[in-house]
Write a protein that binds this ligand. Structure first.
Ligand SMILES: Nc1ncnc2c1ncn2[C@@H]1O[C@H](COP(=O)(O)OP(=O)(O)OP(=O)(O)O)[C@@H](O)[C@H]1O
Ligand SMILES: [Mg+2]
Length: 322
């Protein structure tokens, strides 16, 4: 069973798209940075589709040498080439009636892209060395952590294939753009690994929690998951402080230090005021989000601001999804 957690608006919107994609047997293109859960979304679509009883076959296109693409996907007949003694079925045949998940699809060389496009359009392929075309019934879901449109514009990816794959586009944004998902995910992973490792879970100091909720998570959900595993292995049963967290040093812009916040009389009044207000807003938002465990609606309510205005302010400070 695929378990996808979250409570951000983005998460809810993605689940709606998953439902839509699951009921219609069309191609899906999942885009997003590494570790955001692209494969998990692909599996969920498969699980909820009419193909659920059949196989879900992931293919890492980035790890497939160009010359092996056809053989891996379509298989070969014995004697097709030196060393091909027996008939080997390809991944497409393994995925029959199920789903073929083409991960890192951007990495396919142009020659393989042509073959893939033809296969998707005709739903037929010819195993290497075979004389007959073979019919196939598979659903294609592709994923990439590049901007595939940009790749197409740069001439690295065929436009026709891009549009053929992108019938349902699913954009999974980085965790830093949906901070509301951090708390439920953290809780989920702590519970899961506490059970798996048979260790009591951890508790957090306020400072550690604040750090977890405001850290930009460059490795996204995968990094958060590994963080939870580490904490249970190293600190199971204990109270975790900031210095125990296995987080990377932050290159991100911090609010200006306190003395820079004091308006310098040398500076033009408007400029100094703008800087102070900005620093105040950012600190206010961060602190109130931490206090409400990333729940934007609750933080907005407590601040006395309208939810939309609060959200807009978060957006201006780069604290939420676009
Ligand atoms: N919303 C979520 N709920 C629960 N687990 C999640 C969620 N999103 C991601 N994960 C977990 O995070 C890890 C990374 O997810 P996944 O492998 O699907 O990422 P990806 O986008 O395919 O990354 P990459 O581009 O590096 O392959 C997995 O262990 C997955 O189970
Ligand atoms: Mg993946």
């Amino acid at each position: 069973m695929v378990d996808i957690l979250g409570r951000s608006r983005t998460h809810v919107r993605l689940l709606d798209m998953v439902s839509a994609a699951a009921t219609h047997d069309v191609e899906v293109l999942i885009q997003g940075p590494s570790g955001v859960g692209k494969e998990l979304y692909a599996r969920l679509i498969h699980e909820r589709s009419q193909r659920a009883a059949h196989a879900f076959i992931p293919v890492n296109c980035g790890a497939l040498p160009a010359e092996l693409f056809e053989n891996e996907l379509f298989g070969h007949q014995s004697g097709a080439f030196t060393g091909a003694r027996t008939r080997t079925q390809g991944l497409v045949a393994e995925a029959e009636h199920g789903t073929l998940f083409l991960d890192e699809v951007d990495a396919l060389p142009l020659s393989a892209q042509v073959k893939l496009l033809r296969f998707i359009q005709q739903k037929e392929y010819r195993p290497l060395g075979a004389s007959r075309m073979q019919h196939s019934d598979v659903r294609i879901i592709a994923a990439t952590n590049t901007d595939l449109l940009q790749e197409a514009r740069a001439g690295h990816f065929r436009f026709d294939l891009f549009f053929r794959l992108r019938v349902v586009p699913l954009e999974v944004p980085p965790l830093s753009e949906r901070p509301e998902d951090i708390a439920p995910l953290l809780e989920h992973f702590l519970l899961r690994y506490a059970a798996e490792y048979g260790r009591p879970t951890v508790t957090f100091s306020d400072a550690a929690l604040e750090r977890l909720y405001t850290y930009p998570w460059p490795g996204n959900v995968r990094e958060l998951e590994n963080c939870a595993r580490f904490l249970l292995c190293a600190h199971g049963g204990a109270r975790v402080d900031v210095s125990d967290l296995p987080l990377l040093p932050e290159p991100r812009r911090e609010p200006p230090p306190a003395d820079a916040v004091v308006p310098a009389w040398r500076e033009p009044f408007q400029e100094a005021k703008r800087r102070v207000v900005e620093a105040f807003e950012r600190a206010y938002l961060q602190e109130s989000l931490v206090a409400h465990a990333g729940n934007i609606a609750a933080a907005a309510r407590a601040s006395g601001k309208h939810r939309r205005a609060f959200f807009e302010l978060m957006r201006r400070h780069g604290l939420t999804e676009r």
